[in-house]
Design a protein around this ligand. Structure first.
Ligand code: ADP
Ligand code: 5SP
Length: 505
């Protein structure tokens, strides 16, 4: 048996998938949860050791579910939540907990960095995208200003998936896709940018701490030491270059050629497509990242999707089944409630200091079902706001491939189809980022990118195909317009930015 493993270290947990390349069958999909350090000042952190423990737990479950000997595994690919800062000292030890993609404590440092770069347009000219709160660069500046002793210890900067690759292989390496979300990288020319590093650290140490960059079909190394022992692997198990979870979700949904759109309803919400050349930026909120398949992938990210819905679910002490039942039991528009879902600040629209708020409550509409529906609608409308930016940039959206935890809900799928007025379909393998990582692992085994394996492994789930319903589309449009009016009344600068094409949001 020729087995490869795909690992996806998301925000809420790590998933492991095992794929038999001989039969193109998925043998097991398992996961283990992570904790999250969360404070109301926007701090969002995790200990990198938690990711390792979750990887080992999910891996052990997967080999046991598939009933295979781990020694049969030939290659591993790793996908990870983007942007997180893992700072290591000269011994390769973690200096402090990783600040995550959703950390908004660093918003002032991001604004400062943008200013140091000469403003939004100068930043786009230099890096090919606007640096956002959440990207890695501002976390490094934050460390310099708030924890100078820790900053002085930095010898290596890694992203979450790079760190797991380092644990597996002992190599300090990065891939173009995940590196493009650091804010230290020139996305058009696919290289680290020394100028931005020098703005943060004129000594040159930061630039020196950046890892070597690796192409999508190249191996990072082989599994060694403690990792090999804990996972029970044989010698020479190849580890691919890996990538950010959205980059791997793109591979796992076949989004490696022009014309396909993927949307993820994970902790964050993302929408992205493939491009074989760097995209001319039509709106600064569209992130012009590189893909982990040697191309580019314009992407929209909202920070509050299942992170927001889970909070309401927890407060109301509901199971997921009860929560989904409430969506079904309530009417479109949630009795005219608008839920601005920014529990975590927000990236699109650019509201790093945003707070959640509920509008339009009265004695008649204040019900559990409406509260549930309104937060799910809020998260969905946030994604529609982003989707309209992509449409406005000329990206044609005829079908959405839907992935992430929320895609498992048939009600939410229908809401997405109706709100976006577009067909929705899920891939058979829902853990698309982990599957993408497994596919990339197979490329590393062969030493070349192979789209045949994508054809063999990725099938669409016909049962999940969901068409927009005309009546619902009209009703959701009314609810969306009300949501946008509420958003603009709370944050007038967004309405002004709308008139200037998104600048100065
Ligand atoms: N059937 C379902 N209906 C709605 N939401 C779901 C369902 N199953 C899982 N989820 C949501 O998906 C979330 C996890 O999504 P996932 O994409 O795995 O997150 P991440 O990759 O960010 O860790 C869970 O917190 C849960 O709220
Ligand atoms: O920041 C982004 C994309 O730019 C997020 O999409 C993270 O990559 C987190 O992903 P999930 O945990 O939601 O999968």
């Amino acid at each position: 048996m020729n087995i490869v493993a795909g690992v996806d270290c998301g925000t809420q947990g790590t998933k492991v998938i095992l794929v038999d390349l001989g039969t193109s069958r998925v043998l097991a999909e398992c996961s283990a949860p992570h904790e999250l350090i969360s404070e109301s000042n926007g701090r969002r952190e995790q200990q990198p050791s938690w990711w390792i423990d979750a990887l080992v737990t999910a891996f052990e479950q997967a080999v046991s579910t598939a009933n295979v000997d781990p020694k049969m595994i030939k290659a591993i690919g790793v996908s990870g939540q983007q942007h997180g800062l893992v700072a290591l000292d000269s011994q390769g030890e973690v200096i402090r907990p990783a600040k995550l993609w959703c950390d908004t404590e660093t918003a002032p440092e991001n604004a400062q960095l943008l200013q140091m770069l000469g403003g939004e347009q100068a930043c786009i000219d230099r890096l090919g995208l606007r640096v956002e709160t959440g990207y890695t660069a501002s976390k490094i500046l934050w460390m310099k200003q708030h924890e100078p002793e820790n900053f002085a210890k930095i010898a290596h900067i890694l992203l979450p998936h790079d760190y797991l690759n380092f644990w597996l292989t002992g190599e300090y390496c990065a891939d173009f896709g995940d590196a493009s979300g650091t804010g230290l990288f020139d996305v058009r020319n696919r290289c680290w940018n020394e100028h931005v590093c020098a703005l943060i650290d004129p000594s040159g140490n930061l630039f020196k701490a950046l890892p070597e960059l690796n192409r999508a079909e190249k191996a990072t190394g082989v599994v060694i030491g403690q990792a090999k022992e804990r996972l029970g692997l044989s010698d020479n198990v190849v580890v691919s270059s890996g990538g950010g979870d959205n980059m791997m979700g793109a591979i796992g949904t076949g989004n490696v050629k022009n014309g396909i759109i993927t949307m993820s309803l994970g902790t964050s919400g993302t929408i992205y497509t493939f491009s074989d050349k760097p995209v001319e930026l039509k709106h600064p909120s569209i992130a012009n990242f590189c893909s982990s398949s040697n191309g580019w992938m314009p992407l929209i990210c909202t920070m509050n999707v299942t992170s927001a819905t889970s909070l309401v679910q927890d407060v109301l002490k509901m199971s997921l089944a009860e929560f989904n039942h409430s969506i079904e039991a309530s009417q479109i528009g949630a009795g005219n409630i608008s839920f601005l879902q920014f529990f975590n600040g927000e990236r699109v629209p650019a509201l790093p200091d945003g707070k959640a708020s509920i509008h339009g409550l009265d004695a008649a509409n204040f019900t559990r079902d409406n509260l549930v529906r309104s937060v799910v609608e809020g998260a969905t409308f946030g994604l529609k706001y982003g989707l309209e930016l992509l449409r406005g940039a000329g990206i044609n959206i005829e079908q959405i491939r839907l992935i992430g935890g929320g895609a498992k809900s048939a009600h939410w799928r229908q809401m997405i189809a109706d709100t976006m007025n577009c067909e929705v379909i899920c891939p058979e393998v829902e853990e698309a980022a982990a599957l993408g990582a497994a596919i990339q692992a197979s490329w590393a085994l062969k030493g070349r990118m192979d789209n045949e394996i994508i054809e063999q492994l990725i099938a669409l789930n016909e049962e999940s195909r969901t068409q927009p319903n005309c009546n619902n589309v009209a009703q959701y449009q009314v609810a969306y317009d009300r949501y946008i009016d509420t958003l603009y009344s709370q944050y007038p600068r967004l309405a002004e930015a709308q008139l200037t094409g998104g600048c100065n949001e």
